[in-house]
Design a protein around this ligand. Sequence first.
Ligand code: FES
Ligand code: FES
Length: 176
Amino acid sequence: MMDTVAVDAGTRNDRSRPRFREQLRVNGREHELDLDPRTTLLDALREHLGMTGTKKGCDHGQCGACTVHVDGRRVLSCLTLASLVGDAEVRTVEGLEATDGTLHPMQEAFVACDGFQCGYCTPGQLMSAVALVEDEGCPTDRTQVQEAMSGNLCRCGAYPGIVDAIERVRDREVAR
Ligand code: FES
Ligand code: FES
């Protein structure tokens, strides 16, 4: 009969390994976590904070499903150690909607433009799209928008709707 090894959910590490205390600020709330030093930001969010909106696709930096913002910049949380986030502000898909439940304009645009099918890639697509429009100076050329979103894969092929949604929000921002 095989021995059973105590596994810390999400980190795949046994409890005898060194731990560290990490303060994480996520969507405006402070959290104190006791983590293995090798814990990724993705696992800290999903497995330790129970924030499963951020998706794990490839876990190797190739699909974009895990995209979140760290101090306004989009990062791949599967390639980011939680220990390196420090006191930066992490924003996840759970932080997009307003406190009264009103959807973020990009979420509304994804719905209006059919920017998803199964929805698995959608949180990462949304976080990249919001960073593109809010912080990166969204291009006016459609091909350049596609290029800026090329790190986010969609196995359902919802790309046309995703780009439509981004252009819709971009144009509304410009018209303000
Ligand atoms: S899960 Fe991070 S890039 Fe795929
Ligand atoms: S909507 Fe299914 S993977 Fe993108």
